[in-house]
Design a protein around this ligand. Structure first.
Ligand code: ADP
Ligand code: MG
Length: 269
């Protein structure tokens, strides 16, 4: 069960499954084994309704498996209290979402500092650590800008700084480029690649084949079943089969809606 370096995996799923109770019950994730080791960069792709969000919610400790065993950094969370799970979540996991989830009336650095709420960083160190995290994503000079004064790509970089400020074991990204144009997507992909190069462990759910192809491991999910793929090329026909338009995510209308009042603007189509 231990890795060659005798370090526990960042993530270990042993026969983990999830069934929504319904009625009727929906088995959204079939019993799954999955090991993600420190420093890996893993992409998860799959069509709408295949179980991506269900898996992300389990890995992010937002939901509990209805069967099987989930360990994060060797910690078995099966019988942990909500309070302990929240503590593990705060210290071990950084989240990046498609729609950034920044507070609109707080500056970039204030948004990053909010991540300290559940963590152990003393107040006097928080500003410096948040500034350092913003520097790490190339945004130190915009630390005092409001989200509305930042581009989409810059907002997502603030969200990444916020996710990283507690030095999590795992960065969980849910469609991180889903609201970004081509240029910002390239910048964000480069940033994720750089983080991986520095040793970060990344799990990225994405519909964008180019973003997925950057990961060293490709996992497909279909009908709640995971399957490991070989390294994929950006134009791998298997990946493109479900994604005729890589810019379109699974919930048409939910994307770009924030910026465009629900109109359906999509770059490049
Ligand atoms: P994805 O993120 O890949 O689109 P989900 O994980 O959201 O897929 O959904 C997987 C399956 O679980 C789908 O069949 C979906 O309809 C079902 N599902 C998702 N959320 C719920 C819920 N709260 N209650 C019942 N079924 C759900
Ligand atoms: Mg989803």
């Amino acid at each position: 069960m231990t890795s060659p370096s005798s370090e526990p995996p960042v993530i270990q799923l042993s026969a983990v499954g999830y069934t929504y109770s319904g009625p009727p019950p929906v088995q959204a994730l079939r019993p799954t084994d999955l090991v993600i080791r420190r420093g890996e960069h893993v992409a998860i792709t799959g069509p709408s309704g295949s179980g991506k969000s269900t898996l992300l919610n389990l890995l992010g400790l937002l939901d509990r498996p209805t069967q099987g065993k989930l360990e994060i950094d060797g910690i078995d969370l099966g019988h942990a209290s909500e309070r302990d799970r929240a503590a593990v979540r705060a210290r071990h996991i950084g989240f990046v979402f498609q729609s950034f989830h920044l507070l609109p009336h707080r500056s970039a650095i204030e948004n990053v500092m909010l991540a300290f709420v559940y963590a152990d960083v003393p107040r006097r160190r928080r500003y410096a650590e948040a500034m350092s995290a913003l520097g790490g994503v190339g945004l130190a000079r915009k630390a005092h800008a409001l989200p509305t004064e930042l581009s989409g790509g810059e907002r997502q970089r603030v969200a990444i700084a916020r996710a990283l400020v507690n030095r999590p074991s795992l960065l969980l990204c849910d469609e991180p480029t889903g609201n970004l144009d081509t240029t910002s997507t390239k910048e964000l992909t480069d940033l994720l690649g750089g983080l991986h190069g520095q040793g970060a462990t990344l799990l990225v759910i994405t519909h964008n084949p180019v973003v997925a192809a950057q990961a060293q491991r490709q996992i497909r999910i279909r009908d709640g079943c995971l399957s490991e793929q070989g390294p994929a090329l950006p134009h791998d026909p298997e990946m493109l089969r479900d994604q005729r338009d890589p810019w379109t995510q699974e919930d048409p209308g939910a994307h770009f809606g924030e910026q465009n009042g629900g109109s359906h603007a999509r770059p490049g189509v």
